[in-house]
Design a protein around this ligand. Structure first.
Ligand code: PGA
Length: 251
């Protein structure tokens, strides 16, 4: 059976109040219910996450936007993957460029990935270049970023891995300034090759998502031409009308 197209909504540090978060979560669940060919994951800020994951139906999965390098202990301010797992949270985004920009290193991200998969979470590992150059050096950068962030993750955890390709320059932009679907295809082939170099034929099993200025007008072309298995959607996931149109366009 073909797997469902995965749509991960990254709410980032939004919305500002519990009531808004509850409304948005309910609306997103209704949209997911209408689009049964998709698997929808809502990644919320911690404050709203665990309450809404307990109230939420099985129509969507819930995810966090980060998790700690250890299961428990003296890590003031941190939340562990194990705690999330026991709060009906199934996914976690790790290595998002906005966290890398705050100082997260590849070594730290690699450690978080290992801890999170061992805790039972599915990791959405984000990679992507800051800029492109005509000589293709960004590809060397991309390969290194994947290799370093995975840091020899054992094969047995591959079923817990989802790779999200997010060129940093496209994030937060208007749809017209997103990456061209043909370029996304090239990038997804390259990432698949890196995964196969690392894991042999098991590298085929890891879903590759695209993220960065995805909306209702470009989502279906990105899936079709880009040959990715899903999308990571930021600002459009905060707008139920646009998010609904996006889901319907790829359902
Ligand atoms: P965007 O964000 O859809 O707003 O570009 C995507 C992301 O940062 O995950």
């Amino acid at each position: 059976m073909k797997s469902k197209i995965l749509v991960v909504a990254n709410w980032k540090m939004n919305p500002g109040t519990y009531d808004e978060a509850e409304t948005l979560s309910k609306e997103s669940e209704l949209l997911a219910k209408k689009n049964k060919n998709l698997a929808v994951v809502l990644c919320l800020p911690y404050t709203w996450l665990t309450d809404l994951s307990h109230k939420g139906s099985k129509v969507v999965s819930f995810g966090a936007q980060d998790s700690a390098v250890a299961d428990k202990g003296a890590y003031t301010g941190e939340i562990s993957a194990k705690m999330l797992y026991h709060s009906r949270v199934k996914h976690v985004i790790l290595g998002h460029s906005e966290r890398r920009a705050l100082g997260e290193t590849e070594a730290l991200i690699a450690q978080k990935v290992q801890v999170a998969v061992k805790a039972g979470l599915k990791v959405i590992l984000c990679v992507g270049e800051k800029e492109r150059d005509a000589h293709g050096e960004f590809l060397t950068f991309l390969r290194q970023q994947i290799v370093n962030s995975l840091a020899k993750l054992p094969k047995k955890y591959l079923s817990k891995l989802i790779l999200a390709y997010e060129p940093v320059w496209a994030i937060g932009q208007a749809e017209k300034d997103s990456m061209k679907p043909s370029d996304i295809h090239e990038a997804s082939l390259f990432i698949r090759k890196v995964l196969i170099d690392l894991y042999g034929k098991d590298g085929f099993t890891v879903p590759i998502l695209y993220g960065g200025a995805v909306g209702p007008d470009n989502a279906s072309q990105i899936i079709l031409t880009g040959e990715v298995q899903g999308l990571l959607v930021g600002h459009v996931s905060l707008n139920p009308k646009k998010f609904g149109d996006l889901l319907a366009s790829i359902n």
